[in-house]
Design a protein around this ligand. Structure first.
Ligand code: ADP
Length: 648
């Protein structure tokens, strides 16, 4: 695993650093359930590889027994573990026996290879599925602050790349590990058994190859990390540009952007080329090392067989057949050694990935649900905020907000952008918990009730009406899955959406959202309102539900909203004051504090911020008094300063 991967900007670092042995935890937490599959895989893998070792050995034995007639099968090295009585003695019989054993080894071996693949794949795929769904479940329960742009990218990467990497190790990596272990131990043992002296010669390059591979991995890893990092940068740039293509075209900055893409693509090229030049030297060098070992074994073994006396310091005998076995096995032995490096690499990547996965899983939720939480029971639907203060981080965003709405009434929140209106309502939905004070619905603190019952009781229509990929009907019934067609239609009618839906190519079954029919902002908004109508919540939160639409659509939406809000406790945030002037009470927020409250008429009489905003919007006065403009400018300057300090 590369150091760059650890240094990635990611939100789960703290939890991840506490995890000591992620792979052990992975096997204990997930592997255990699939022990039968992996056991079958390991057993079949070992057996299949042992069978693979048989043909070269049989060939060697056959050369001596059948072709040279030097020795009978039964006199050969006692590798053939069958009783002598079972072994054939005649030349032809021995020949056919050899072929029979080799054929059987291939046939049975193939069956075991199949079982091995089944076992490891079942093991890896099941764990991959379990880890992914568990991680996703956990992710959904994370606090809202994890869902800012940067971190969503990180979470996507955990859910896809990291989980896939685990699968790769659990399948390919473990599979290779057992295969190579059997090859190395099996061949090594056989060679020593046949002729320990020549085995020493044949295996001499092994430690050299091992060291060389280790060096190679050390060199290539930072280069791969560089490649990954430059891919990430390139993708971000491309994604950014595709998303902003309209701005690029309208600002005529195509050449500028082409240059920037050229730059990041070149960085990727350089990083990749650097890695490639290192990588392509490795295998030829390995070949040379292996080749030297092979030639030395061949020379010594050949002289031994050919001169009939052991060369140099060697003693004992070496038959032609056993010499062939040596040559065949040595060939097979070198490559697995080189592959160990790759397995170690895969293991390290899987280890880093599981640390990232468990880092996410261990992230404590600030919004822990009280284990004794009860169902929220809404009667009248009274809502009260008592001295509520809250900040996303250290800075207080909402300060000492006190408010009370009686069941069935509508409370409007107005005020400049950034005043904290949305934040106040997010606290009601318990997207975040208050830092001080409390929020109660019919006397029950929102922290004492289950999140499920709380959110079931509150309907939310926001400014960006997000539609999922699916049919219009699915989008309306989202969250109220059991609704009948009749109910869906009624909800759409109440939301003034029925007419346009009927005119879509497939009516309620038209696909919308990404890759589906593109609906206008106003249409999407009405589908979202229909969803809220169908849900029939006790409390309704409208967060600038009519922003971004033309006046005509706004009127349509307003009409549907009026119907929806009657007899329902409603919170409405609006910029266009005309849409909320009939609210039972209006709260004016500025800088996170309530600065004015009252009915439309009362606030106009007071002659404060609300009265001036109303004057400007109604065209009665041309502009706000200087003091309001000064305050707005101060706020803007502060926002810009904050944004700049965030960027640093
Ligand atoms: P309004 O709805 O009145 O426009 P918001 O409640 O959206 O205001 O925002 C109030 C302040 O809180 C703003 O300064 C905004 O930058 C900040 N803010 C909003 N959301 C977050 C967030 N997720 N993390 C940090 N700060 C936030």
């Amino acid at each position: 695993m590369s150091s760059a991967e650890w240094e990635d900007d990611d939100p789960f670092e703290e939890q991840r650093d506490k995890i000591e042995n992620p792979m052990k935890r992975l096997f204990l937490a997930y592997g255990r359930d699939y022990l039968p599959q992996v056991s079958v895989g390991v057993f079949a893998s070992v057996f299949a590889r042992l069978l693979d070792l048989l043909p070269p050995l049989m060939l060697g034995i056959a050369i001596d027994a059948v072709f040279y007639e030097d020795a009978l099968f039964s006199e050969q090295i006692p590798l053939v573990v069958l009783p002598d009585a079972w072994l054939p003695t005649g030349q032809t019989a021995q020949f056919w026996f050899t072929i029979g054993v080799i054929g059987a080894a291939f046939g049975i071996g193939a069956a075991f290879h199949w079982i091995r693949n089944w076992g490891f794949n079942a093991f890896a795929q099941n764990i991959q599925h379990d880890v992914r769904t568990d991680t996703y479940d956990k992710m959904q329960r994370l606090n809202m602050e994890f869902f800012s742009d940067k971190q969503t990218g990180e979470m996507m990467s955990i859910l896809s790349n990291d989980v896939n990497r685990l699968e790769r190790f659990l399948n390919d990596g473990m599979n290779s590990l057992f295969r190579l272990s059997v090859m190395v131990v099996g061949i090594g043992a056989l060679l020593f058994w046949i002729n320990w002296q020549l085995a020493l010669v044949a295996l001499l390059p092994v430690p050299i190859i091992g060291g060389f591979t280790y060096l190679f991995i050390k060199t290539i890893q930072p280069k791969y990390a560089e490649v990954r990092s430059s891919v990430g940068k390139m993708n971000s740039r491309l994604e950014n540009n595709l998303g902003g293509i309209q701005v690029i075209k309208s600002s005529n900055t195509e050449p500028y952007e082409s240059d920037r893409v050229d730059g990041v693509s070149m960085d990727y090229f350089d990083a990749n080329w650097d890695a490639i030049t290192t990588r392509i030297k490795f295998f030829p060098a390995l070949r040379v090392l292996a080749g030297i070992g092979f030639v030395v074994t061949f020379v010594i073994g050949g002289l031994w067989v050919f001169q009939d006396t052991p060369p140099g310091p060697f003693t004992g005998e070496l038959s032609v057949g056993m010499f062939v076995v040596f040559i065949l096995y040595t060939q097979r032995f070198i490559w697995p050694m080189a592959q160990f490096g790759q397995i170690i690499n895969m293991y390290q990547r899987a280890r880093a990935s599981s640390a990232r996965i468990f880092g996410l899983m261990d992230e404590p939720s600030r919004l822990a649900e009280d284990p004794d939480a009860e169902e929220l029971v809404v009667g009248d639907g009274d809502v009260a905020y008592d001295d509520v203060s809250f900040g996303y981080d250290e800075e207080t965003i909402v300060e000492d907000v006190d408010l009370a709405v009686e069941g069935g009434e509508t409370l409007a929140l107005v005020g400049p952008t950034g005043a904290g209106k949305s934040t106040v309502l997010k606290l009601l939905l318990r997207m975040y918990d208050v830092d001080e004070g409390s929020i109660r619905i019919d006397g029950q603190d929102v922290r004492d009730v289950t999140l499920e019952s709380l959110r079931r009781s509150i309907g939310y229509v926001g400014q960006s009406s997000y539609l999922f990929y699916g049919t219009v009907r699915e989008n309306i019934t989202y969250g109220t899955f059991e609704a009948t067609d009749e109910e869906v239609r009624e909800a759409a009618e109440a939301a003034e959406a029925h007419d346009f839906i009927e005119n879509l190519p497939d009516g309620y079954d038209t696909m919308v959202g990404e890759r589906g029919v593109k609906l206008s902002g106003g249409q999407r908004q009405r589908v979202t309102i229909a969803r809220a109508v169908l849900k029939d919540p006790d409390i309704l939160v409208l967060d600038e539900a009519t922003s971004d639409v033309d006046t005509e659509t706004e009127m349509l939406i307003q009409r549907s909203l009026d119907r929806l809000t009657t007899d329902r406790t409603t919170f409405a945030i609006a910029h266009r004051l005309s849409t909320i002037k009939d609210a039972d009470a209006i709260l004016v927020l500025e800088g996170g504090e309530v600065v004015e409250r009252g009915s439309h008429a009362e606030l106009l009489d007071d002659g404060g911020l609300y009265a001036h905003l109303w004057g400007v919007q109604a065209g009665e006065i041309d502009e706000l008094p200087q003091e309001f403009i000064d305050r707005a400018q101060e706020r803007t300057a502060r926002l810009i300063a904050d944004a700049e300090s965030d960027d640093d």
